[in-house]
Design a protein around this ligand. Structure first.
Ligand SMILES: [Cu+2]
Ligand SMILES: [Zn+2]
Length: 190
């Protein structure tokens, strides 16, 4: 689906255990960078691994979303690493109120083309992602980020098709900005 300005966009609604809730907006810019913005509430304070997983299948909860999206067959890493899964978006950070404000720019999660993330899943983890550097046996595959506490299928959609009250519109860059000073995760990778 193309937005009025021609940039591909989409949305993912996050629903998880223990009242974890959120919504994310994805907007692909003409230079190929995708900007992910949104807000997730109900988290425990601190770092939580945040990834695109391979399969948009939540029939068995977050476990059926498969491994990290990894079309280039690389090891797990930080978003800024060359050696990383395409789906490796690092960590989001929840403040004492359990709210994480998200603004991530990344070049490996396009909404179009052969490596598109459309139809895959966004997963939030219980624990921090060690970005491949923790020395744990899972560091190079999952970042040892622990349980999958919330997930949702990323959908390529027109915002108008989403029920009212569940998402903010694309002009949400504005409402996002109003909240930007609290608990923000601001990352930019190229
Ligand atoms: Cu994950
Ligand atoms: Zn990974």
């Amino acid at each position: 689906m193309k937005a009025a300005n021609g940039n591909p966009k989409g949305v993912a609604l996050i629903i998880g255990d223990n009242n974890v809730r959120g919504s994310l907006q994805f907007l692909q810019h003409p230079n190929g960078t995708t900007h992910v913005t949104g807000r997730i509430t109900g988290l425990s304070p601190g770092f939580h691994g945040f990834h695109i997983h391979a399969f948009g299948d939540t029939t068995n909860g977050c476990n059926s979303t498969g491994p990290h999206f990894n079309p280039l067959k690389k090891d797990h890493g930080a978003p800024s690493d060359d050696e990383r899964h395409a789906g490796d978006l690092g960590n989001i950070v929840a403040g004492p109120d359990g709210v994480a404000e998200i603004s991530i720019r990344d070049t490996q999660i396009p909404l179009t083309g052969v490596h598109s993330i459309i139809g895959r899943a966004v997963v939030v983890h219980a624990d921090p992602d060690d970005l491949g550097k923790g020395g744990h046996e899972l560091s190079k595959s999952t970042g040892n980020a622990g349980a999958r506490i919330a997930c949702e299928t990323y959908t390529d959609t027109n915002y108008k098709s989403i029920p009212n009250g569940h998402t903010r519109s694309v002009s949400t860059e504005r409402s996002y900005t109003e909240n930007k000073n609290k608990n923000k995760t601001e990352q930019s990778y190229s």
